[in-house]
Design a binder for this molecule. Structure first.
Ligand code: ZN
Length: 467
């Protein structure tokens, strides 16, 4: 996300004097980083563009690395995911005195258009200090940082009280069928898992300056609707009342003009309070009590002018698809529109839909849910894992802000959260916010070699401090 003109106040926070399970054998971090580069490059070369996914080849690649290290891995769910698709599961054993932590990433990537890239998106090129390719940040890079952190724990002999579970899922980018199949078919593999780390939290830099460490604890819920009006096709030269286009457009205009109510959920309230200290007055005061500020016109205007802040304070509705006739002189048989609705975790989908239908005020419209919302995702922050993240962050950046921005897109986290697992979004890389936005599903996706090493060590420390 992008927060304009934020200055980090350097408030020194003393690291808590927690236990620190130490490696029995030294770790050569430079060698580990180079190994990570090699693995990520090879992983990118396995083209897992979804559709069709082809995730089984990626899962097998990771399984070979794990098994070489003496960590047993299983390829699962091929029979339900379809040809060439699979999930991967592996577990590094601790002494079992505390519950496990799972590291989860998705193997699939979104399509790439090579003509818009300066390199081949599936060559796994290592050049100019970067590993280039589709999936470098979303999210094969995370998967490799998870893997290397786990291997470092094992190789160096850090005493573990918690098992470390490693999961790679198929199909996050399209249907989430990978995570859904895994959770539905293997709850016994997750029964002792207390915490889960996956994508959905940025370490935000702006012009090289750290803004905050974001830990994703909540996300919006995707709720897509299709609206259809049937009509009678005829020639455009003789207007009729049975033209479905004006009927649909009239309803859409009412929906487009509708301002959804504002609501400050608990995690979002904390996020604004946390970042408020980076702003001068009066903005500091506004953000420290965003609920009250939204009642003041000047504060409200400023807060809602940030598209990210606006999206975490309300249900949003984007009118995205509208189709009528394909010919100027033909009145079509139907007119169709699609709405990209994103709900706050607290929203009730039925009542939101009822409100929209009342606004549209036309019974000729057929409404179809084309994407139903997942389980609402909200997580506690007063946990051992959250404190481990804060500690690892502040060792790197003394006084760093560790906060809980809401994720406005969708991830596989609700699928795991359903089991009661505390799921945090952490993308362990320091990337310029603007650059991150551009590369995510965009062109010339890449991760710096330095970042890959940094992220591996960050995850390693989080896992170590959470023991
Ligand atoms: Zn992703």
């Amino acid at each position: 996300m992008r927060i304009a003109a934020v200055l980090i106040a350097l408030i020194m926070a003393a690291a808590p004097a927690a236990a620190q399970p130490a490696p029995a054998r030294p770790i050569d971090w430079d060698a580990l980083r180079d190994e990570a580069v090699q693995i990520l490059s090879e992983y990118i070369r396995i083209n897992t563009t979804n559709a069709p996914g082809n995730e089984k080849a990626g899962a097998e690649y990771l399984a070979r690395i794990l098994e070489r290290e003496g960590i047993e891995a299983q390829i699962l769910d091929e029979e339900v995911l379809g040809a060439g698709r699979a999930n991967l599961y592996a577990r590094l054993r601790g002494d079992g005195s505390k519950r496990a932590i799972a590291l989860v990433h998705h193997i699939d990537v979104v399509p790439a258009s090579p003509q818009h890239w300066t390199v081949d998106p599936f060559a796994g090129l290592v050049r100019d200090g970067y590993v280039w390719g589709r999936g470098a940040i979303d999210m094969k890079g995370d998967g490799v940082a998870h893997l290397m952190a786990m291997l470092a724990l094992k190789r160096s002999g850090v005493p573990l009280t918690r098992d470390i579970v490693y999961i790679a899922n198929a199909d996050e980018e399209l249907g989430s069928t990978g995570a859904v199949a895994f959770v539905d078919r293997h709850p016994e593999l997750l029964r002792d898992v207390e915490y889960l780390i996956t994508e959905g939290g940025d370490i935000a830099l702006e012009n090289g300056r750290l803004q905050f460490y974001g830990v994703g604890v909540a996300e919006k819920r995707t709720f897509w609707q299709r609206l259809r009006v049937a009509g009678t096709p005829s020639h455009g030269s003789r207007p009729t009342r049975e033209n479905p286009v004006p009927r649909l457009v009239t309803a859409l205009a009412r929906i487009a003009a509708y301002e959804t109510p504002l609501e400050v959920t608990a995690g979002v309230d904390k996020y604004f309070r946390d970042i408020s200290r980076n702003y001068p007055e009066p903005r500091r005061g506004w953000l420290a009590d965003v609920g009250a500020a939204l009642a003041e016109p000047e504060a409200r205007e400023w807060i809602l002018s940030d598209v990210y802040w606006n999206a975490i304070l309300r249900n949003t509705i984007s009118l995205t698809v509208v189709t009528g006739s394909s010919k100027t002189n033909v009145i079509p048989a139907e007119a169709v529109a699609e709405l990209d609705i994103r709900l706050l975790p607290t929203a009730d989908p039925d009542s939101v839909l009822a409100t929209l239908k009342a606004l549209a005020a036309d019974t000729a419209i057929t409404w179809t849910t084309i994407m139903a919302p997942k389980t609402p995702l909200e997580n506690p922050v007063d946990t051992e894992l959250f404190r481990a993240i804060e500690r690892a962050a502040r060792e790197r950046d003394p006084g760093a802000l560790v906060t809980t921005p809401m994720f406005t897109a969708a991830s596989d986290r609700p699928t795991y959260r359903k089991l009661g697992i505390i799921t945090y979004g952490i993308d362990p890389f320091r990337v310029e916010s603007g650059e991150h936005q551009k590369m995510m599903h965009g062109n010339d996706e890449r991760i710096s070699i330095e970042n890959l090493g940094w992220g591996t060590r960050f995850i390693f420390d989080i896992l170590r401090y959470a023991q």
